[in-house]
Write a protein that binds this ligand. Structure first.
Ligand code: PMP
Length: 386
């Protein structure tokens, strides 16, 4: 008996406790966590406000069926709508579910208009989740192998290539779904000019623009949502990961015009928007403001980016350093796996994004000293790899 299914290539570590940007394994070793639950632990591990808010909510009510009104769900929806400029939110439990809801809403929106438009265009190298719909939307073949037949109606085009996009737009295009910055795909930034042009194309053709900010949203890139940096607004936005600060929650936000197609009985999720998850998300939003975390993301992001760029002349193995805020990729000219293992052996947890990119995503409240410590460790790792 394997007990836990073998779906993950796990690091040889058992983590048992966390505090801020640090985690401890079962042997008592401490690590600086620059993986941070892959953009999940917005406030770091065991933030006292989160612990307190969750304990208080757990003692009051853990779950409430969506057959009833849930005050914290409404409060959270209002806050997210105000922050994003969108009008209505649907809550679920993960990023994949949020994207599934977005795809369903786009199709239903055109169905309700008597239109046959159903196709969703996404980017190659994109990642949108592991459900049948979202792995089909994902622009990486490796997640699809063995899972056919896959749902119809998905087309992929290279990111930042406007001509390629124009070529595939047709009378059947319902939506374009993009990550403003591809996390899993290798920390690839969608150019602001590209996003602006895509917004314009969507307006001209009556296509819905859907942005997947599951990894980039809630301050990770230095603004509440990464799309703000391009000065555009999507019609549909998906969030998860950092929104819950460690507690599962996903959200799909939309304009009123699109949201009108999700009437009672059209879509749902038993746990979606339960009081505990909404408490976690409200706490994340509160602390983000109270502790001026966006400022910290920008300051620490700059420190990390400049620190890494300064290593480039010394270590030619570093091909490029890129990213936004505290989502930074270091592209190497070789495989990243030995560097990831080397960092771990020296007490620093970093992640891969594709075969040759190191991905750094510390908590949004990481300190100056912790960023310095991570840079010093990375220097040792690079020195030892030479
Ligand atoms: N979209 C993006 C951009 C992601 O990075 C991820 C997770 N890596 C997902 C969707 C899927 O999220 P989840 O694992 O919560 O389903």
């Amino acid at each position: 008996m394997n007990a836990v299914m073998n779906t993950y290539a796990r690091f040889p570590l058992t983590l048992v406790r966390g505090e801020g940007a640090r985690v401890w394994d079962d042997a008592g070793n401490c690590y600086l966590d620059f993986i941070s639950g892959i953009a999940v632990d917005t406030l770091g591990h065991a933030h006292p406000k989160m612990t307190e808010a969750l304990s208080a909510q757990a003692a009051t009510m853990l779950h409430c069926s969506n057959l009833f009104h849930i005050p914290k769900q409404k409060q959270l929806a209002e806050k997210l709508c105000r922050a994003s400029g969108l009008d209505a939110a649907f809550f679920c439990n993960s990023g994949a579910e949020a994207n599934e809801a977005a795809i369903k809403l786009a199709r239903k929106y055109f169905h309700d208009q008597g239109s046959t438009r159903r196709t969703v265009i996404t980017a190659t190298q994109s990642f949108h989740g592991r459900l049948l719909s979202t792995l089909t939307a994902t622009g990486q073949d490796k997640v699809k192998i063995g899972f056919d037949p896959l749902p119809a109606g998905f087309v992929h085009v290279p990111l930042n290539d406007l001509d390629a996009l124009k070529e595939v737009i047709s009378s059947q295009t319902a939506a374009i779904l993009l990550e403003p910055l591809q996390g899993e795909g290798g920390v690839n930034i969608a150019d602001a000019a590209y996003l602006q042009a895509v917004r314009k194309l969507c307006d001209e053709h009556g296509i819905l623009l859907m942005l997947d900010e599951v990894q980039t949203g809630i301050g990770r890139c230095g603004t509440m949502f990464a799309f703000e940096q391009a000065g555009i607004k999507p019609d549909i936005l998906t969030l998860a990961k950092g929104l819950g600060g460690g507690v599962p929650i996903g959200a799909m936000l939309a304009t009123d015009a699109a949201a009108a197609s999700f009437g009672p009985g059209t879509h749902g999720s038993t746990f979606g928007g339960n009081p505990l998850s909404c408490t976690a998300a409200l706490t994340v939003l509160d602390v983000l403001e109270e502790e001026s975390l966006l400022e910290n993301v920008n300051a620490r992001g700059e420190q990390l980016m400049q620190g890494l760029k300064a290593l480039q002349p010394r270590f030619p193995v570093i091909r490029e350093v890129r990213g936004q805020g505290l989502l930074i990729g270091v592209e190497l000219s070789v495989e990243s796996a030995p560097f990831i293992a080397g960092a771990r052996e020296r007490g620093l947890l970093v992640l891969a994004a594709g075969p040759n990119v190191l991905r750094l995503l510390p908590p949004l409240n990481v300190t100056e000293a912790e960023v310095d410590e991570a840079l010093v460790t990375l220097i040792t790792v690079m020195e030892n790899a030479q």
